[in-house]
Design a binder for this molecule. Sequence first.
Ligand code: AMP
Ligand code: GLY
Length: 428
Amino acid sequence: MKVLVIGSGGREHALVWRLAQSPRVSRMWCAPGNAGIAQERLSNGTPVETAAIGAENLDGLLAFAKEKQIDFTVVGPDNPLALGIVNLFQSHGLRIWGPNRRAAQFEASKVFSQQFMEKHGIPTARAGTFDDAGRARAFAESLGGRCAVKADGLALGKGVLMCGNTAEAARAIDEILVNKAFGTAGAKIVIQEFLEGMEVSLHALCDGKTAKLFPGSQDHKRALDGDRGLNTGGMGTYSPVPFLTDATLAEAERKIIAPWLRGCAAEGIDFRGILYPGLMLTKEGPKVLEFNARFGDPETQVYLMRLDSDLLELLLASAGGNLGGVEIRWKKEASVCVIMASEGYPGSSTKGKEIRGLEDAAKLPGVKVFHAGTALKDGKVVTNGGRVLGVTALGADLKSAQAAAYAAVERIQFEGAWFRRDIGAKAL
Ligand code: AMP
Ligand code: GLY
């Protein structure tokens, strides 16, 4: 089977790495990919190839898939999904994994998601949706100013402004609705009450009728140790999450996943892909902060280290609508992923710095270094983005996985490299 993976981050490297292990894959491409992806090989020894086509160049990707006679395309990032790549490929008779444009709205529109949750009784923050700044300010005031102000559409992960008082909330509302800081993505906003608790990530693989919940994982969104500093795309993850007990997972399945599935059925939404709810574990139980409609990055890195099933078979079943009888098997071991970032991230960051020690790090048992922002230049691996590497380890328990991941981090150097030193600390 010829497989195409779309995207270029650490998530896509992890997807390529696992899909490449499937005995049914005969050739694989990744568009546009990165330096680490270009070094992967299939189980038959064939190298994985990269193709310089951007993830949002839908016409280019379609032409490529036709030219190479791709049997199955796997979409990593949110943007092509929101642009309708699944509809486009299907209309040309091509098999592709990921939610169609309508289903991708769970991530592409926070207003859609918030209204869906309220309509179908899914626990979430008290919230309002607005296109008028005056009414938005009045609602924020009714919450005492402690709230999250969120642009409706996709805003490169930057569309959520956390506010501690009414003045901050008014500024955030004006930024989005009046100054149009996020352009049309901010034509509407959702304002949520501020929820207190531990934040965790859920993933459920869906086939339009069923949803299979993964074990829990936790991301670290803030740049600095102790959850201080700016919000980032995610600085590290671990799985499982000891304080996300089986009882809480069962509660999330009953109160969130089940009504979500019923809501999709009632509204004729055919969701085939990963539903990734961001959850706050509050005193009143788990509540949904947001839905994503794709694999998390860097959640994927720890999940795929722990996955014991054939990823290709799972994604084919998800796309084909026959996940029902499928069991997803997980290793008992724990996994930790530490992101190494470039100087300046999450602001504009440096590029083109040579990365050393990758081979040394990869020699450590249980370690896999996933590339995110990397490129090949004159035969050397160099930095090419904010999040550079996801240094990931599998260990008997979280403590040993964490020790292995940080031992590998210590072997890697590039100018300006930085990382959080407390990934997994909340669980230990
Ligand atoms: P989102 O993209 O909606 O997940 O928001 C980005 C981050 O902002 C989340 O990962 C949370 O850490 C934080 N956040 C969002 N909404 C809330 C909320 N209602 N209460 C507290 N924190 C929030
Ligand atoms: N882990 C954050 C994200 O994928 O959005």
